[in-house]
Design a protein around this ligand. Structure first.
Ligand code: TYC
Length: 129
């Protein structure tokens, strides 16, 4: 399990230092040999997998609603949101953003819930990059 051990990003664990005692020290355990044990575990960082969040075209969802969705849930300007909407309208599918798994999943759920609430058939999906 070399690849998965200690996978906290960006941290270096402090050395674990056993008590070293001076000559004739009265500590407990290894004071007879006056030794210290210093161990350091190697920090392994792994970049997370990334996921595209996509909107799918349909014949019924109003263009202005799609623009609002892209502005609201993907933090795009009105101009960028309009361009993304038109890309989806013409090509059938388009990318709104790239996120880690849990963030992408949240975006998909938010968009689908919002579309359903307004009774539009807009579809939002995620795919691994
Ligand atoms: N095709 C829709 C229309 O003409 C607009 C639309 C764009 C719908 C993008 C969905 O993801 C979409 N009203």
């Amino acid at each position: 399990m070399l690849g998965t051990a200690n996978a906290t990003a960006g941290t270096t664990p402090a050395p674990t230092t056993a008590m070293a005692t001076g000559p004739g020290g009265s500590g407990g355990g290894d004071d007879r040999s006056n030794t210290a044990i210093i161990t350091r575990t190697r920090t392994r960082t792994k970049r997370p997998s990334l996921y595209r969040v996509l909107l799918l075209n349909d014949d019924y969802t109003p263009m202005e609603f799609v623009v609002l969705v892209v502005e609201r849930f993907f933090n795009k300007s009105h101009e960028d949101a309009y361009q993304i909407m038109m890309h989806v309208h013409h090509n059938g599918v388009g990318e709104c953003g790239v996120f880690t798994y849990e963030v992408a999943e949240t975006k998909v759920t938010q968009v689908m819930d919002f579309a359903r609430k307004h009774q539009h058939p807009l579809q939002c999906v995620m795919e691994k990059k």
